[in-house]
Design a protein around this ligand. Sequence first.
Ligand SMILES: Nc1ncnc2c1ncn2[C@@H]1O[C@H](COP(=O)(O)OP(=O)(O)OP(=O)(O)O)[C@@H](O)[C@H]1O
Length: 245
Amino acid sequence: MNDLAQSATPTPGAATDTALPVLESRGVGKTFRQGPQEVVVLRAVDLTIGQGERVAIVGASGSGKSTLLHCLGGLERPSSGQVLWAGQDPMRLSERERGLLRNRKLGFVYQFHHLLAEFTALENVAMPLLIGKLRPAEARERAAAVLARVGLDHRLTHKPSELSGGERQRAAVARALVTRPDCVLADEPTGNLDRHTATDVYEMMLELNAEQGTSLVIVTHDTDLAARADQIWRLDYGVLSRAAA
Ligand SMILES: Nc1ncnc2c1ncn2[C@@H]1O[C@H](COP(=O)(O)OP(=O)(O)OP(=O)(O)O)[C@@H](O)[C@H]1O
């Protein structure tokens, strides 16, 4: 193990230095193999996300945006380079340890809400807290408070099929933020909504992130929405470069 890897790999779950970037990719490359073919999707991507920073990633379809989010979120193993969560390489942990740390440190929002159909909004939002072993009564209380914050206090007992598209995304945002993660990774979170609702949900995410001091990495096709972030990056055939604000 080299010095860098050693210094970047504290004990799993140990408290980490808050001065470190919340999330970092260092020279991350990703190549998928499909039989004899190699698909190079990310090329030496460097990205540093500080505490509370809001970063937008834009790029054409197929440029590698979702793959980058998956690498940042420890859902996909980089083929080269390293992802660090507050200085810690999640790929050095066991899958179970990585899952627990991910649940604590990161929140995810997708284009389609991914709420569980058989559970109410309240139960869906409480789920990450229950996974984190919080007492059920406290989990429900915190979930209800976050749902109220996203304007869904009148929809706690509704199942996803009983919510509108915008309400479902609000619930998904509440679920991502309920654990007070260091960073939310959002993949086209408003891509399935009409313009007005998309702007509403996006603004709510920016507000909530600012309130909680949570960092936000948001993939969007919408350059108007991207322009509200602190940093805008463009992926082009897997190469990440700073885009003009
Ligand atoms: N598991 C995989 N195996 C092989 N190729 C893959 C795999 N996952 C993604 N790819 C390829 O990687 C490229 C980038 O995919 P990715 O989903 O990251 O793009 P994207 O920029 O998010 O696209 P979109 O905006 O359309 O969602 C695509 O060409 C895709 O086909």
